[in-house]
Design a protein around this ligand. Sequence first.
Ligand code: MG
Length: 302
Amino acid sequence: MPEAIEICDDRMCALTRPGASLQKLANGAVHSEGPVYFQEDDSVVWSDAHGNRLFRWSATEEVSVLRDPSDYQSGNYRDLEGRLVACSSGLRAIIRREHNGEWKVLVDRYQSKRLNSPNDLVVKSDSTIWFTDPPYGITQPNQGYGGEQEQPGCFVYRFDPATGEIDAVVTDMVRPNGLTFSPDESILYVSDTAAFNISNGPHHIRAYEVVNGRYAKNGRIFAVIEPGQPDGLRVDENGNVFTSSKDSVQVYAPDGTRLGKILVPEVSANLTFGGSERDRLFITAGKSLYAIDLNTHGVQRP
Ligand code: MG
């Protein structure tokens, strides 16, 4: 068994690759978050969320800075056209890099009030963008430009870039942060990071039924994450849920059983599948970017 792997359930063994080890690909960030993979040039773009920069790693070139400053960009994803879409904690907005390279604000308000500070996002197969809106960009001095909270809570939103329509789909969480859909998009998983700075705050992942492709209903606690709290989430082709935590990336079966851990020497924040077969897990942790080869495949598009 690779030394970076801790087994809690035999099902974890089938997900790992004998001899695979955790590799450190890059360091030098203040706080790494939001990795997104580009298959066309085997590269990863990720945020130095507290350093206010955007980085790029590639298999063949040196690490480079894509944006400086980045307006405290945090979560990154790609839309169905391959464009980079991102959460901007500084601009309190969802932004997109157009095909000509320019960045555009897609949405920064809900019911005429400014968003808190979008943190993480996913693009659904119908091209809608689902994102979380905790307040860290306005409450934490190293994660945004400050300001007043205008929204009555911290919600998960569904935004349709084709129509501009925005709906609050989850309103019963304290600090929604990372999110992902199950492979068939019937379940929406959302992490709550309230324990980060609220005593006795939740540190769990909730699972919601996705109804009619556009509503999130009947939320339940899927898993309580320790140590630390869950942040970024991804699923593999079998519906296993991968979550960051203080000591590792933890893996949960769809039934909520913890299968095991991928131990990471820095506190992990986010993760994404990549590689030509989608079987390489890229992890942003502390000041660094890591990767490990697995025997399973992510379902993230494109
Ligand atoms: Mg996050």
